[in-house]
Design a binder for this molecule. Structure first.
Ligand SMILES: Cc1cc2nc3c(=O)[nH]c(=O)nc-3n(C[C@H](O)[C@H](O)[C@H](O)COP(=O)(O)O)c2cc1C
Length: 191
């Protein structure tokens, strides 16, 4: 389905006329794309599912579900993910010096939902331990990457965190959990 949002006449008015009265409108044109359409468009990209953990300045555990994870560089090994400003853990992650990315298996839907639920003690009843890098590491995930934060960029209503990988723990026998179209999926097999 092609969603053709015809903003072109408005965009032209905002950009062609450099009038002071148009200043607020220039900001307004950025929001003319229907947020539901943007959400649906971004959800049209299939991803894995991770839980990112860290500790805040008081030593309390932080954790949130994130599908924005991606690998960046092999040498040095670097990864990224993005944290939304609406997340309760946002300030803690924005300031963290290290984080651990846990790639979830298809048996961990409940864990994914737990770490996407604001206002609860996410670690309660979860099997986890403090790692050699002083990070909360969750048991039985398909992959865990412990990272030191090397960069943190503002990007709209998110911050992009870039980390250098310090330690890798792979569990090759776990099938990945996938996320697509606001729903969880399992791997279908090779084509
Ligand atoms: C599968 C899945 C992937 C998610 N990916 C991200 C992400 O990459 N970045 C992010 O900031 N929030 C992500 N979230 C949302 C957060 O985990 C969390 O639900 C949200 O920050 C809670 O705050 P809110 O409900 O007040 O928005 C994801 C949630 C789910 C279920």
């Amino acid at each position: 389905m092609l969603h053709n949002v015809d903003n072109t006449h408005l965009l032209r008015i905002f950009t062609d006329f450099d009038l002071p009265c148009c200043e607020p409108l220039k900001d307004a044109h950025m929001t003319l794309l229907d947020p539901e359409l943007v959400r649906a468009a971004f959800g049209h990209f299939a991803t894995g599912v991770t839980i990112v953990t860290s500790t805040d300045a008081n030593g309390a555990q932080l954790g949130m579900t994130a599908s924005s994870f991606n690998s960046v560089s092999l040498d040095p090994p670097m990864v990224l993910w993005s944290a939304g400003a609406q997340a309760p853990e946002f300030e803690g992650f924005a300031a963290c010096t290290k984080f651990a990315v846990h790639v979830l298996s298809d048996a961990q839907v409940a864990l994914s939902n737990r770490f996407a639920t604001p206002g609860i003690d996410k670690f309660e009843g979860v099997q986890w331990d403090t790692s050699e890098h002083q990070l909360p590491v969750i048991a039985d995930c398909s992959l865990c990457l412990q990272c030191e934060t090397v960069d943190c960029h503002d990007a709209g209503d998110h911050k992009i965190l870039i980390g250098r990988v310090l330690a890798v723990d792979i569990n090759p026998n776990k099938a990945p959990l996938l996320y697509y179209g606001s729903a969880y999926h399992q791997l279908g097999g090779k084509i």
